[in-house]
Design a protein around this ligand. Structure first.
Ligand SMILES: *[C@@H]1O[C@H](CO)[C@@H](O)[C@H](O)[C@H]1NC(C)=O
Length: 343
């Protein structure tokens, strides 16, 4: 299963690489993207969605989904959606199909192919997301960098159980932290209009390798559940209004390669964070409020911390927190620096 997916992905990357001009992939996406946030409550394990629906009906369903989405698009200056006519969704611009058995890409809809990716980076589309998009359960990539999508990410996106890369950078998406499938490896939400706390549900994405929510308006303290992201390599929280202390449980994440928290209001960091540079982990904490460190904000800015009274760790959750399947509330006891002031 894993190998099959990698094959499809590898193939897709090849195809996408040659058929789209401005697509941006992977970690190298430039600063200036941005998007919405994804929290999460449900830990839907993939129940092999490929088996319960016949491929033909999947194509019919993809057709309805994409037509529903198309009708919610209010501006398409590049006329990209002009190609979205007829039942062969595999020929639509930005829609990529492949045979899940062998990973071979196809531009013809047939019983043996499914929609595996949507790449509409830089399409400049204006509109919203329709909840029907969550029916595209074979989709592994959703790239919508640099469009004008607004509103929120529908909660039904948690049903996108195959999704590994979500790039919603540089849109106009707002506060709602919705839900995502737990298989996701990469979330790029930079440069949107996210506000409020980073949701504790972020800890459910235990496969996550890249999380970039820079250039938003997130506030308050970081949730302890970030410590669940044992595979995280790149964590970019820069250019928000986050505060509190950066704690050991984040700085000791074992796969971390680059931690960027510049341009926030952090007031300190713990021992493991000071050691990051020795571990060869890129660590940029400039322009925060950390006493005794160079390149910090001027004092007056630090006396008015945005959302300062907001302690995100105290947000009541309807059910116990889990890291994948493991309870994490116990981890608070081991963290001497964690912020747990009562509101
Ligand atoms: C770390 O990430 C930031 C933001 O994504 C990037 O600007 C910087 O170049 C990266 N540093 C290293 C050492 O990779």
């Amino acid at each position: 299963m894993k190998n099959q997916n990698s094959l499809i992905l590898a193939f897709l990357f090849l195809i996408l690489h040659f058929t789209t001009t401005k697509a941006s992939f992977g970690v190298g996406v430039g600063v200036g993207g941005g998007v919405v946030w994804i929290g999460g409550g449900n830990n839907n394990n993939n129940q092999n969605p490929k088996s319960y629906e016949s491929p033909t009906s999947k194509m019919d369903s993809a057709y309805s989904v994409l037509q529903a989405w198309k009708s919610s698009i209010t501006d398409d200056p590049l006329k990209i959606l002009d190609s979205w006519v007829g039942s062969n969704v595999c020929s639509y611009k930005g829609i990529f199909c492949a045979n899940p058995e062998n990973g071979i890409a196809s531009t013809t809809a047939s019983a043996s192919v499914v929609v595996v990716a949507i790449d509409l980076n830089h399409a400049n589309l204006q509109g919203t997301f329709v909840k029907e998009l969550s029916l595209l359960t074979d989709m592994t990539l959703l790239h919508l960098n640099s469009n004008r999508f607004s509103g929120t990410v529908p909660e039904t996106f948690k049903d996108l159980v195959s999704l590994q890369e979500l790039d919603l950078s540089s849109n106009q998406l707002s506060a709602s932290f919705g839900f995502m499938g737990s298989k996701i490896k990469e979330i790029l939400f930079l440069n949107n209009q996210l506000t409020g706390c980073i949701p504790e549900g972020v800890g459910l994405f235990t496969e996550m390798e890249v999380l970039d929510v820079s250039f938003n308006s997130l506030m308050g303290h970081l949730p302890d559940t970030l410590s669940c992201l044992q595979n995280i390599e790149v964590l970019n929280l820069a250019h928000n209004q986050l505060s509190g202390e950066l704690s050991d449980i984040i700085c000791s994440l074992r796969s971390l390669a680059n931690l960027t928290v510049a341009y926030n209001f952090f007031s300190g960091f713990s021992q493991q964070c000071s050691k990051l540079n020795f571990r060869n982990v890129g660590f940029d904490f400039s322009l925060n409020c950390i006493p005794g460190r160079i390149m910090q904000r001027p004092e007056p800015e630090c006396s008015m911390i945005p959302g300062g009274s907001l302690s995100c760790l105290r947000i009541p959750t309807p059910k116990p927190l889990v890291c994948g399947s493991m309870y994490v509330s116990a981890s608070k006891n081991t963290d001497s620096t964690s912020q747990s002031h009562s509101p």
